[in-house]
Design a protein around this ligand. Structure first.
Ligand code: ADP
Ligand code: MG
Ligand code: MG
Length: 906
């Protein structure tokens, strides 16, 4: 026997998704469970793959279709194409992973000019017969003959005709059309096909069937499906299955209907009846918004018997699949038929609630619960939220004025401010001020103002821009790349030209609201509140026992912590951030950047003084002013992190980042420092670099200005000694950035150890510290054995390691990255998801060589990838000790690490 291309629903089961697609496998599963499913068969995904490769039916397929069709005809007691009482079928696509609405389905296949009359006569319901026929012709025209609109502007030609007819007949809804109206529509549809395509609508059911099967195969490669696959990482090689299924009819009259539902609420996770239906309707009418559907609970009033049966099936499906199901059903003359089930898509809230409830109900284990929740989904539970009713009202009032790229989820409302400095000052005066920073883009010197704002929105920049990065670290709401913004810094106003062309002007101080989860910008104020999790953990304004959301979040993460082997640290620069991160479960700091501390109030002046002085003495004098402030920063962090390790990176960015560049600022600095404007400008010129990312930065600064690093090490260790004296356990880890040679590491280690030991000795302290390095250059990975001689830990700085490995500056990817992704040159943005093949391999090399020298070397990652679930799993796999990520991503990393551990067991 040759290849088996086709499986009857009786032959398959839910585990055969690869071969039968999700829809086919679950139709088979429901069939074997005894749930009423119209009979049919599935043409396998492999068949589709063969067809697409050869552009013709594989040998033997036609024969197998004939056989299975014959057996379906026998089961139904009707024949395809019988003019008196024809069998009608649907031809439905269905890939391995669900791709809702992406591919094509054709209903009522088998109808033609003769059999439509046959059905009308047999059922005595001409309206139903012609309603089915007009639907079939339209779907066939769209899907098989390619008449579907190709752009947003175009309208479906069949919809146009239908609308005209409705208008002429003076009715609003399509179910109000008479059978004569529907007959006219059928004629008009056929004429439209003839006009546009020059062919007659095929009357031969065999030809219809073949056309439909081929069209479903081909739909695997349509643009919509391609775009969807890209977005959700579905391989192009899978292909789609084709289900051929006997039709049942929801459009025979008032005792019939069709609907969709979920076994639990997919927004909240609550275990309740959820869904919608329409009486006297077919197929996707409910989803397509043709008429306004009713809530599923109301079905009881119309068709109580079918409703009662549906409730039973809802329970059966939920417990059989041990997960929330998304189902589709049709009722024909009060008899219920199930047409689809699959695990439903859900919000983060629902995912957590359902997973925890299912464990409570004894249906799944905590291991399974951990695997059920997408780590990213936890974001939903952490963000401030708009009062939903208030937001919907704003939409209705036409206050949604623009959209942009979502960069920091959550909701924020505040007064528009255009300058970070102003935001900082306003907030200093009035701690209750709520501000939204609106800018072309942001830069490191905006940090304070960004912290003062509820959220920020930029005109330029993408999901990895400075604003987006800071938003993730600070947990701020953020929209970037909002092209509609027109910012006039001089007149201090922002103009947004809305979709319909009306300009909306925001003067500084006007209220604006942004929904970073949806990427939407609103005019005016919309009330927000912190997430319940934050209210319990951070603001402490809500009791844990009053918040189910919090309790289940905590429960899930407790299970996660019991299972994961990766440590989770945080990237935090201030005591406040550290405290947040600890509340979210961080076990240490993996990256404390010292440069942000340089920007504060009077410090920046001392920093500038240091940079501008030409002598070591001058620099030391300025550094002496910075020292107590740095020390105080570290003390705060050590106290908060009590007992947990704190990795502090010595100064990393090039010095010119700290100098003023605007004429006004330069004049100010010159005056404050008592030097001439020319001197400041000259210094700026000398420090200017063609390519700062690869310039005079990282430990190259420590090499040329050792006094800077000495001061920093002394500040760290003095702070450690003083806090230790308070009885707090301190674990400082000094991290040298941008090391690329063994000798570099050796010199830096000597410098650090000398500075540290002097302090420890003078303080007569017992404080212990470590010295290690950030691994962020390919060369460092290669010579890791040498570097490890002087490094007690490696922390992979994968932001820069990615830049230097790819030879791409992250700030300059905009021009080509979209093309690279679209053309599949890169599968994903390597700055968002760790490139395991390239960068990951370098990491493995560094680990292997580092461990060869120092088997107990501590290994971590502090690039942004440390909070991205697939990258976290990779870090688990290659044996890192910990990942470090921004405070708000700590829960996500905890869950991802637990998933990696659970997946290991399987
Ligand atoms: P999608 O994958 O886009 O959801 P489906 O194949 O599920 O497409 O078909 C869409 C809708 O068509 C179904 O929800 C169902 O209402 C209707 N449908 C499909 N097959 C049949 C059938 N055999 N009998 C009645 N309705 C059907
Ligand atoms: Mg659909
Ligand atoms: Mg469906």
């Amino acid at each position: 026997m040759g290849t088996k291309f086709i499986y009857d629903f009786e032959e398959g089961n839910q585990d055969m998704k690869e071969l039968l697609g999700g829809k086919g496998a679950n139709l088979a599963e429901m069939t074997s469970m005894g749930i009423p499913v119209p009979p049919g068969f599935t043409i396998s995904t492999e068949t589709c793959v063969s067809y697409l490769a050869a552009c013709e039916y594989p040998k033997g397929l036609s024969e197998q279709i004939d056989e299975h069709l014959a057996s379906l005809e026998k089961k139904m007691g009707k024949d395809l194409g019988d003019p008196e009482d024809p069998l009608l079928v649907s031809v439905r696509s269905g890939a391995r992973a669900s791709m809702p609405g992406m591919m094509d389905t054709i209903l009522n296949l088998g109808l033609n000019d003769r059999s439509v009359e046959g059905i009308a006569a047999k059922t005595g319901n001409a309206r139903f017969a012609y309603d089915s026929y007009r639907r079939f012709i339209a779907m066939y025209g769209d899907v098989v003959l390619g008449m579907k609109p190709q752009s947003k502007e175009e309208r479906d030609p069949f919809d146009v005709i239908l609308d005209e007819k409705k208008k002429a007949a003076g009715v609003k809804q399509d179910n109000e059309l008479s059978s004569d109206d529907l007959k006219d529509i059928v004629a008009a549809f056929k004429a439209e096909i003839k006009k546009r395509k020059g062919v007659d609508f095929p009357q031969d059911p065999q030809e219809q069937l073949r056309g439909a099967i081929v069209a479903v195969f081909d739909s695997w490669n349509n643009d919509r499906a391609n775009a969807y696959r890209k977005k959700y990482d579905i391989p192009a090689e899978w292909g789609t299955a084709v289900n051929v299924q006997a039709m049942v009819f929801g459009n025979t009259g008032e005792k019939s209907g069709t609907g969709v539902g979920f076994t639990r609420n997919p927004a909240t996770g609550e275990n309740e009846v959820y869904g919608e239906f329409l009486i006297n309707a077919q197929g996707e009418d409910v989803v397509a918004g043709i008429r306004t559907p009713e809530k599923l609970g109301e079905l009881d009033k119309y068709l109580p018997q079918a409703y009662c049966e549906l409730l039973k099936i809802r329970d059966v499906l939920d417990s059989h699949y041990r997960d929330m199901q998304d189902f589709e059903f049709t009722i024909q003359d009060d008899k219920l038929w199930m047409l689809q089930t699959r695990s439903g898509k859900r919000t983060g809230f629902a995912a957590v609630r359902i997973a925890c409830d299912l464990v409570d109900e004894g249906i799944i284990t905590p291991d399974e619960a951990i695997l059920r929740v997408e780590p990213e989904g936890l974001n939903d539970l952490l963000r401030p939220i708009f009062d939903n009713e208030a937001k919907e009202q704003a939409k209705r009032d036409g206050r949604m004025v623009a959209t942009g790229t979502k960069a920091g989820p959550g909701a924020a409302t505040g007064k528009v401010v255009l300058f970070a400095q102003d935001a900082h000052e306003i907030k200093a005066q009035d701690p209750d001020a709520r501000l939204l920073l609106v800018r072309h883009e942001t830069s490191p010197e905006d940090i304070k103002g960004m912290d003062a704002a509820e959220g920020f929105i930029t005109q330029f920049g993408g999901a990895t821009s400075h604003a987006a990065l800071v938003a993730r670290q600070m947990g701020k709401v953020c929209i970037v790349g909002c092209a509609a913004l027109d910012i006039d810094y001089d007149k201090k106003k922002v103009t947004i030209v809305t979709g319909d062309g009306t300009p909306v002007v925001f003067n500084e101080g006007d209220w604006m609201s942004i929904d970073g989860t949806a990427g939407e910008v609103y005019q005016g104020m919309i009330e927000t509140m912190p997430s319940e999790v934050e209210q319990v953990l951070i603001t402490k304004t809500l009791d844990a026992d009053k918040s189910l959301v919090y309790q289940q979040f905590a429960k899930l993460l407790e299970w996660a912590d019991e299972r994961r082997r990766l440590g989770i640290r945080t990237n935090a620069d201030t005591p406040g951030q550290s405290e947040q991160a600890v509340a979210f479960g961080a076990e240490g700091i993996g990256l404390c950047r010292t440069e942000h501390m340089f920007f504060g109030g009077d410090r920046i002046l001392a920093v500038r003084q240091m940079i501008l002085s030409d002598s070591v003495e001058g620099r030391k004098e300025a550094l002496a002013k910075i020292f107590p402030m740095q020390k105080a920063d570290f003390e705060g962090i050590f106290r908060v992190m009590a007992g947990r390790p704190v990795t502090i990176r010595l100064l990393d960015p090039p010095l010119h980042e700290f100098l003023p560049h605007e004429a006004d600022d330069i004049a100010d600095v010159a005056r404050e420092l008592g030097v001439s404007v020319e001197e400041v400008e000259e210094r700026n010129r000398r420090l200017k670099e063609a390519n700062p990312m690869l310039g005079h930065r990282g430990c190259r600064l420590g090499m040329t200005y050792p006094e800077i690093y000495e001061m920093q090490v002394q500040a760290v260790i003095r702070a450690a000694c003083e806090v230790a004296r308070e009885g707090v356990d301190v674990k400082p880890e000094i991290m040298i950035p941008l090391v690329g040679s063994s000798r570099e590491m050796q010199v830096m280690r000597e410098l650090a150890v000398k500075a540290a030991d002097e302090v420890i000795c003078a303080e007569k302290s017992e404080v212990k510290y470590m010295v290690g390095t950030m691994i962020e250059l390919p060369r460092a990975c290669v010579v890791a054995d040498g570097i490890a001689q002087n490094a007690e830990f490696f922390s992979f700085g994968t932001n820069d390691l990615t830049q230097t490995t790819f030879g791409i500056s992250r700030d300059d990817v905009k021009g080509f990255l979209p093309t690279y992704i679209a053309r599949d040159i890169y599968a994903v943005d390597p700055f968002q998801r760790l490139d395991q093949e390239g960068v990951g391999d370098l990491m493995k090399l560094a680990i292997e060589r580092g461990r060869a020298t120092r088997p107990e070397i501590k290994l971590g990652i502090c690039g942004e990838h440390g909070g991205e679930p697939t990258s976290v799993k990779f870090c688990h796999k290659i044996g890192l000790n910990y990942v470090s990520c921004s405070p708000f991503r700590v829960p996500i990393a905890r869950l991802a690490a637990a998933q990696a551990a659970v997946e290991d067991k399987a």
